[in-house]
Design a protein around this ligand. Structure first.
Ligand code: LMR
Length: 394
């Protein structure tokens, strides 16, 4: 029967990982997949995560099933981290999921269950896997303007005009912070305008928050999500622990569904648990337990925050260095946006042909839409990248 299967399009980001591995050149730079790397090119296990893992190993006395929603302590700790009391706990239904991808997938399925014809408004561009999953689920996608190709900032006027066309029963998907793939983010006034638009249109918002702590700080990066939660009657939040706890392969995420006025928490909780059961029964627990151990132990939490802050500052430093080097080489300020962007990524804003030239001529790997993982750089490679950008005529 399987001869009827058709080849599926390769994921652009994951394909690049493979190509980089297979490139025999010694001088090559990986700015592809969104994984943090330190100055030595390693993706270390965070100190607090290692310590929490030991603690879990020493104290855990069963590997029996958790509930379908995962360990409630994980949900409580994550809700506190992300929302910090912005809405009452008893309005939030939450389930653990396999990473942020799992949370997005379950969120989309919940939307489809509630409103089979819902349109999902997504930023243009957005994380390619949003589009891939929505297409796979047969859901209608409506792109909204987001990235201003001239300024490399947010086209807030275009965005507001486009999301204003969503109505009740539609969903507007937003990146809570550190927009993937552009690195361009709405400012606080922009967020107020986005909230006003949603209040006006009655569309439902969904936040994907996968990089809390990578942009302006742990609290600052959650500010928009908290505002949305407090201001809107309903909100979906898909959260990932992959990046800010560095637990990529443990598949650790949380889906929240907030229903403030409807009193529908029990129904929502049951629906999300049902979706977990249909797709994989119980969500993975190991990563969730480590994250809980970190967040609920004052010492581990402080150490995690300190290390996360070092990670954030190192990426900011690399942004500054790259922007400065490009200013020096180009004699212009046209790459200043690199220092303004936040999070792991920046969209350089060049053509796929020039991205390919960077790869072929210089061994520099970035996603075809010119998304660069800033954490893939270090002091030695910043000048190499800057020179290659200039040499390619970008
Ligand atoms: C990325 O955007 O590179 C990461 O979120 C990894 C992935 O799964 O695509």
């Amino acid at each position: 029967m399987f001869e009827t299967l058709q080849a599926q399009p390769a994921d652009k980001i994951l394909m690049l990982m493979q190509m980089f591995r297979e490139d025999p050149r010694e001088q090559k730079i990986d700015l592809g997949v969104g994984v943090y790397k330190n100055a030595d090119g390693q993706t270390p296990i965070m100190r607090a995560v290692k310590a929490a893992e030991k603690k879990v190993w020493e104290t855990q006395d069963t590997k029996s099933y958790t509930g379908l929603a995962g360990d409630p302590a994980f949900a409580d700790a994550m809700i506190d981290l992300i929302l910090a009391g912005a809405v009452a706990r008893d309005t939030i239904a939450a389930v653990a999921t396999p990473g942020g991808t799992g949370a997005c997938r379950q969120a989309f399925e919940a939307i489809k269950m509630a409103r089979p014809g819902a349109r999902v408004f997504v930023s243009d561009p957005t994380w390619p896997n949003h589009l891939s999953i929505l297409k796979y689920l047969g859901m209608e996608v409506v792109p909204y303007r987001y990235f201003d190709g001239e300024t490399r900032g947010v086209d807030i006027a275009g965005m507001l005009e486009d999301i204003g066309k969503a109505g009740p029963g539609d969903v507007v998907l937003l990146h809570g912070c550190c927009h993937n793939p552009t690195g361009a983010n709405p400012n606080s006034a922009d967020w107020d305008a986005i909230i006003a638009s949603l209040q006006n249109s009655g569309a439902t918002a969904m936040v994907d928050i996968a990089y809390q702590g990578f942009g302006d700080g742990l609290e600052e990066d959650a500010a928009a999500t908290r505002k949305l939660a407090a201001a809107l009657p309903e909100l979906l939040i898909a959260a990932s622990c992959s990046k800010n706890f560095g637990v990529y392969r443990e598949r650790t995420g949380l889906l929240m569904l907030i229903a403030q006025d409807t009193g529908a928490k029990a129904l929502n909780q049951g629906t999300l648990a049902f979706l977990n059961r249909q797709n994989y029964s119980f969500p993975p627990d190991h990563g969730a337990r480590i994250v809980t151990a970190v967040l609920t132990d004052a010492e581990l939490r402080a150490d995690w925050q300190a290390e996360l802050e070092d990670v954030r500052l190192s990426m900011l430093g690399l942004r500054e260095e790259l922007a400065n080097e490009l200013r020096r080489l180009s004699g212009s300020d046209r790459f200043g946006f690199l220092a303004q962007h936040r999070g792991m990524f920046s969209r350089l804003g060049t053509t796929p042909e020039l991205v390919e030239k960077l790869r072929v001529d210089h061994g520099i790997y970035m996603v075809g839409d010119s998304r660069m993982n800033i954490a893939g750089l270090n002091k030695q490679t910043v000048p190499i990248l800057a020179q290659a950008i200039i040499d390619c005529g970008i």
